[in-house]
Design a protein around this ligand. Structure first.
Ligand code: 5RP
Length: 224
């Protein structure tokens, strides 16, 4: 199976597990796009969707799915999104598509985070994928210096502006042996909006696309 077919398979598996007629949170990226398309193709009825980016909102609307502002909801039963890397504890690096801040906000409101990913995203330890950090533009040099002190190699994502009007610096080489601690430490730096570690609010379930089919982690029998 190609990587695209694996993405489509996990997207379809996520659609099958949605509560009917409910509100959902929708992530950003090529796997999330497969999910949006699968929602429309299967004509699954949802009351509305909160989008984690302008791009996903536009795609949802294009399929006739109602986009709801996050402020208009108290809670979301489920948030479905991809990841750049995910480990066996379901901590993730996200933000390859630059939507990490809104993704983290929508995920914070959701009761359940369903990560959909092809098998290339499952890693033993996070950190090969450079960590995206959304930064207030005037703080760039300051944040880059702090990243170098932490052992990282920061690089500006050239020509990219987030939906929130900020910049992204991608950082290689950070020690991610304690991802929750690192997530908190980086978020304390003045000028950082948020970083792409999702270790504190990690996924609740991973639907992993493999050549043998969609694996559910933790296995459904083990879920509460
Ligand atoms: C966007 C994200 C995406 O979930 C992540 O980059 C994975 O994208 P894709 O499904 O295209 O591999 O965090 O900000």
């Amino acid at each position: 199976m190609t990587q695209d077919e694996l993405k489509q398979a996990v997207a379809a598996a996520a659609v099958e597990r949605l509560p009917r007629d409910g509100l959902i949170g929708v992530g950003t990226g090529s796997t999330a796009n497969c999910f949006i398309d699968a929602l429309a193709a299967r004509a699954v009825r949802v009351r509305g969707a909160v989008a984690s980016s302008e791009a996903s909102a536009q795609r949802l609307r294009g399929h006739g799915i109602t986009v709801v502002a996050l402020d208009a909801v108290d809670t979301l039963p489920v948030y479905v999104d991809g990841a750049d890397e995910i480990d066996s504890q379901l901590a993730m690096i996200k933000g390859g598509g630059g939507a990490l801040t809104r993704e983290k906000i929508v995920a914070a409101v959701a009761q359940r985070f369903v990560c959909i990913a092809d098998e290339s995203k499952l890693v033993e330890r996070l950190g090969r994928f450079p960590l995206p950090i959304e930064i207030i533009p005037m703080a760039r040099a300051h944040v880059e210096r702090q990243m170098i002190k932490l052992g990282g190699e920061p690089r500006l994502r050239a020509g990219f502006v987030t939906d929130n009007g900020n910049i992204i610096v991608d950082v290689r080489g950070l020690d991610m042996s304690a991802p929750s601690a690192l997530e908190g430490e980086i978020n304390q730096i003045a000028g950082v909006v948020t970083n792409g570690l999702f270790a504190r609010r990690r996924a609740d379930v991973l639907l992993l696309g493999t050549a043998q089919g969609v694996r559910v982690i933790p296995s459904e029998a083990a879920e509460p």
